[in-house]
Design a protein around this ligand. Sequence first.
Ligand code: ATP
Ligand code: MN
Ligand code: MN
Length: 657
Amino acid sequence: MVMDIVEPNTCIRGCCTSESIPLHLSSSSFALLSPIAKGSESVVYEAILDGKKVAAKKPILSTSDDLDKFHRHLQLLCNLDHPSVAKLLAAHAKPPNYMFFFEFYESGTLAEKLHTEEWSPSVDQVLMITLHLAKALQYLHNNGIVHRDVKPANVLLDERCLPYLADFGLAEYKKNLCEVNLQNWRSSGKPTGGFHKKNMVGTLIYMAPEILKKEMCTEKSDIYSFGILINELLTGVVPYTDLRAEAQAHTVLEMNYTEQQLTAAIVSSGLRPALAEIGLHFPKSLLSLIQRCWEANPSKRPSSGNVVLELESIWEQERGKQHDHLLEKTSNYKSDKDGDSITNTADYRDTINWSSQGEYLSKKSSPSTVSNVKLWSTSTDDPSSYVPIISCGSFATCGRRESMEDTHFLMPHMCNEESIHLFAIFDGHRGAAAAEFSAQVLPGLVQSSSSRSAGEALSQAFVRTDLAFRHELHSHRQSKRVSQKDWHPGCTAIASLIVENQLFVANVGDSRAILCRAGHPFALSKAHLAICIEERTRVIGEGGRIEWLVDTWRVAPAGLQVTRSIGDDDLKPAVTAEPEISETILSADDEFLVMASDGLWDVVNDEEVIGIIRDTVKEPSMCSKRLATEAAERGSGDNITVIVVFLRPVSTAERIY
Ligand SMILES: Nc1ncnc2c1ncn2[C@@H]1O[C@H](COP(=O)(O)OP(=O)(O)OP(=O)(O)O)[C@@H](O)[C@H]1O
Ligand SMILES: [Mn+2]
Ligand SMILES: [Mn+2]
């Protein structure tokens, strides 16, 4: 709807302005029809605005405080623009009529839908609704706004049942909340004996414990209410009225216990609504999300951004289930890039701690005194040669996967050598065992190599790590600590070794490393995948089998896409641990090195990586985090690990801007 805007487009006081929303209307442009709802602070009417059906919210303004509040409310609404937030179309901000005009949402509120129509949404519908609302909350929180009244009665539905967060009557900017909190704190000393609506904002059963205790209200208080809301959607039960719940819960409301008693139970005994039952159709991860949202401690609750990520991941898993189901019907091979889903690896992971196995072995085999790394230095006698000044950082996230199978390490100034640095990433498949083990063992094997060539030392260390892992696995199998005979964990590995001005990158598998040289990406490794003709030929030449499985070429019978790795003893020797090594001479043109597991490269290309780092504060761990977050936002379905190494000093100005 395009409405005429009469300039100057401000409220009567001049404090509210908008470029797109008319703030005063001629009396002929609207008409109020019948009231839809009467709240404690407003009446909502069905109305006509410029010939279109709208909802008009007319606040009850009896004091000057109420008027101030109207203006604050209007200012806030003028700044909102999100597809899942109820849309303000116009306002009238001049006496005698103060009104908000909203888009009309035909299907009423989510509360009515659940409890009057007794709608019981499917899991897909619950995920769709909660995901939209979580995005609305993320939008508000990112803009420094706390809603403070999240509940199904404040969610409006359109005819397609898409949700819109409404009723910003209690919303506040976070920066103003300190003041509001302080006022509550002061007034809490008053002997009121009850709950003043002014102080106790929101609706009791959706209120977070910290609000009930009259402590700080933050965006995490919205997350609490949101957790209660998701559960209400799944159960169809008004919180604390469930007769199936523990006795304490229903007595609270049914026997007319006071609000104070409910409050006390929520705050001190951790009482919560009865959680949706782990039936066949509710994803466990959704129930766990609800419980984390309603944690008593606000800092343990996820941020709205994380709620969005988790809901998206649950949504995808649900669709994946449907997809898998289809696949199972047509073939009994299960689709997973690395063949993870073939065995239930979680069962074995617990029995042996592969990281400490590796650590133990590493200590045993390479006493700290033995280190030949000094031998690699070449230019000690040439003071003019270029030596990069490095700073490094990393970020690793499980992403949408249920478990983390990536590991990595950063070893700047290895063995206390000023100009020798080692960095590596391992991406596990069929469990995390190989990745956990390798991250512990590889550095020691690099250091204790007797080779005078750093590249060769790196190459030998890969092969030896693989041998050591397979040997360990074998002896655990013999001693029956690994009972599952057909469990063959593996991992990819990429390592960068800097020795003065030389950079060696060793790689097996599909992690990658690039260098930013004079502003442009420069690939330091190539991925080893069965789709590459050279790799396919090599695997077949070494007695391996390659087959087209599900959607791409894979090494059979395990169905692995990578053609080189550490571990995977069922596929050796064809799936070799022999790395490809690149050697690069570094110069002042080289700005930074980026290493990452395929979780990044699947969704962000080399140029984009360079561009993102250019736009980020020049701090290596911030850059790593930014890249990983970007990949997650773009829908990477994998674990993501990123290492960023700056190769020359960054000026303070660049660090900040
Ligand atoms: N845009 C709209 N379209 C359709 N119905 C609406 C719309 N806005 C509000 N309503 C109806 O009016 C009711 C009250 O709206 P709202 O929550 O904004 O007012 P309120 O006075 O702040 O209510 P309370 O504080 O009691 O929650 C809603 O529950 C809904 O039934
Ligand atoms: Mn409301
Ligand atoms: Mn309200």
